[in-house]
Design a binder for this molecule. Structure first.
Ligand SMILES: C[S@@+](CC[C@H](N)C(=O)[O-])C[C@H]1O[C@@H](n2cnc3c(N)ncnc32)[C@H](O)[C@@H]1O
Length: 600
């Protein structure tokens, strides 16, 4: 039996592939946090809140010990902090530039003045944020220029929230509408836009450092626990309040057998040593945004970049016989090729013979244009029957239409009343109706409208979406249809093509938007609709036996995140050609001349 370990497990594309291939397997462990972030803070968008966070970070940093100072990817945390400090200074300069402009706009200035008076006025009942609270009782001239823009923004929210037109007029001297025009013209200037986007960046970078620090602190705690079960319990407790929101976990548990003891939350906290030498196949595709910082290493762009290093760390700790890594094709050219160059070096250092190739699912039986990078590695001490090569493309025989729900078939199913009539003992006794009969009762001319006559029993119509009425919610409204069909939308110019034979790549954002040239649309009985979650699953290679236990939104997201099952099946076939023993998970042959270097 093949022993499988996965991280970033998603909805188990590899598990489903093994099932479709008829390979007996056991999930030794899986790991997916369902995209849940327990570390990020909601940081108010102003300099005072930013400073407060920086102060807290400084305190936390000072209590780090030397050993825990560096995390898995060895990015210097201190450097990350200095980067934030530097960006904060730049933000202050930009805030002052914007403030100079506000000072020249008399009208805006007076609206801030009025606002300051309002928040001082104790009769006005309003909730102060800590930011506003610090200006209570102050005049504009007492306030540092660097806070002026944030005050302007909060004052706008305040006026907008007032329901009393008369009061608004008395405060502003103009109607809310006129005020809004003025305000909008100001905030759309390039200086303000730049300031806002830099503020977002600083807040994101602070949150990344908070996440990294928390990770380091947790790892420090975990290192003091020797027992793997205790370590798992510690992490489970951290995520316990969020368990119900891990929809990936729900999908996974509904579809695969796994002892929950071995379903882990966060790859960063998974200690691979507990599975050392027990895994035949290790699979994972780190979240695709994650590569953005890998190449830079010190780029401080994205904490998720560290997840690739977690994947590599787990290979070192677990020493699986074979691994499969998957990611988006764009990774190869990212950052002028630096990202991929760094990753190749990391793969080289693992003591595996590895190969990579970009595969498009349309070349492996699935009519979806989805190109992904695959890396397959074999532990160097394992003897292969033949050298591994990626599967060669196979001619595509199916169209997207072959994967759509049979919307017509629903018509042939009886509704509830019909079922009651047909199955009524009296009607069967009188031979008005017959179910699964050998010899047909006399057919009526209007049989299609008739509940009398012959019926066949079809096992419960589990896939409810078969019914036309269930498809109803996927049809586009007239307005959306017009939008989708007009050539090009605001951000995406492309010809509106529907009913494609090869689907566009399914995205995790399928539930959100209607984007001509990006999303997939099909027609059913002359009306345009989007794909149903079941159809998306089919186009990712999942059979209808896959149980959908989450909302449409979640299912679209999970399907769009997955690896195409058929591609994995072909890769598996190639792996088996090189290493047939993997299906049994035993009797491997080891090379004598190569010493397996334990990198631990
Ligand atoms: C691009 S998907 C990969 C899907 C998967 N390879 C498959 O076969 O379907 C990334 C997955 O990683 C999960 N994830 C993100 N950060 C994680 C972390 N730190 N630890 C574990 N899982 C994580 C997400 O919830 C998501 O399901």
């Amino acid at each position: 039996m093949l022993k499988l370990g996965t991280i970033f497990s998603g909805i188990g594309a590899i598990e489903h592939s093994l099932e479709r291939l008829g390979i007996e397997y056991k999930v030794s462990f899986a790991c997916d946090n369902g995209g849940i972030d327990i570390f990020s803070k909601t940081i108010e968008r102003n300099l005072i809140s930013v400073d407060k966070e920086i102060e807290e970070l400084e305190i936390r940093l000072s209590s780090l010990t030397n050993e825990s100072y560096k995390d898995a990817n060895e990015l210097d945390i201190q450097e990350h902090f200095e980067h934030i400090q530097k960006r904060r200074e730049e933000l202050e300069t930009e805030s002052i530039i914007v403030a100079e402009r506000i000072l020249k706009e008399r009208f805006l200035l007076s609206t801030i003045d009025n606002f300051l008076e309002m928040i001082t006025n104790s009769r006005v009942k309003m909730k102060y944020s800590s930011f506003l609270g610090s200006f209570q009782g102050m005049q504009i001239n007492d306030i540092s220029k660097s806070h002026l823009y944030y005050l302007l923004r909060d004052s706008r929210d305040f006026y907008k929230g007032l329901k009393d037109e008369e009061l608004i007029h008395s405060l502003l001297g103009v109607s809310l509408k006129e005020y809004e025009v003025h305000y909008k013209a100001f905030v759309e200037t390039s200086a303000v836009r730049k300031l806002n986007s830099h503020l977002t960046e600083v807040i994101d970078t602070i949150n990344m450092l908070i996440e990294r620090l928390s990770t380091v602190e947790i790892l420090d705690d975990l290192s003091k626990l020797k027992d793997f079960r205790k370590k798992k319990k510690y992490i489970d407790n951290l995520y316990k309040p969020k368990k119900k929101s891990n929809f990936v976990l729900q999908s996974y548990l509904a579809n695969y057998e796994i002892n929950e003891e071995h379903f882990h939350w966060n790859a960063s906290f998974l200690d691979g040593k507990q599975y050392k030498d027990q895994i035949d196949l290790f699979v994972g595709g780190s979240p695709c945004q994650s590569f953005s910082m890998v190449g830079k290493r010190r780029g401080l762009q994205d904490t998720r970049g560290t997840l690739f290093y977690e994947y590599a760390r787990l290979i070192k700790e677990i020493q699986p016989k074979v691994f499969i890594y998957e990611n988006v094709k764009g990774l190869i050219n990212h950052d002028g090729g630096n990202t991929w160059a760094t990753m190749q070096q990391v793969f080289d250092d693992l003591n595996y013979d590895w190969k990579f190739q970009v595969l498009n699912s349309k070349n492996y039986g699935i009519p979806q244009n989805r190109e992904r990078l695959f890396v397959v590695g074999f532990r160097k001490d394992i003897e292969l029957k033949e050298e591994f090569s990626f599967p060669t493309p196979i001619p595509l025989e199916k169209k997207m239409q072959d994967f759509l729900l049979d919307s017509v078939s629903g018509k042939y199913y009886l509704n509830k009343k019909g079922v009651e009539f047909v199955t009524k003992e009296k009607n069967i006794m009188k031979r008005f109706t017959q179910i699964d009969g050998d010899i047909q009762l006399c057919q009526k001319a209007n049989q299609q409208f008739n509940w009398h006559g012959d019926f066949v029993f079809v096992e419960e119509n589990k896939d409810k979406e078969k019914m036309m009425e269930d498809l109803e919610k996927y049809f586009l409204s007239e307005k959306v249809e017009k939008y989708v069909m007009s050539s090009g939308t605001k951000n995406f110019y492309s010809k509106p093509k529907i009913d494609l034979e090869i689907a566009r790549p399914l995205l995790t954002t399928m539930h959100k938007m209607h984007r001509a040239g990006v999303d997939n649309y099909v027609t059913t009985e002359g009306r345009i609709r989007k794909l149903t979650p079941r159809e998306c699953l089919r186009l990712m290679g999942f059979c209808d036996s896959f149980k959908i236990v989450v909302s449409d939104t979640q299912m679209y997201q999970q399907a769009g995140n997955s690896i195409v099952v058929d591609v994995l099946m072909e890769i598996m076939r190639s792996i088996i050609k090189s290493l047939p023993e993997i299906t049994e998970g035993k009797n491997y042959k080891y090379r004598d001349n190569i010493e397996q270097l334990s990198l631990l």
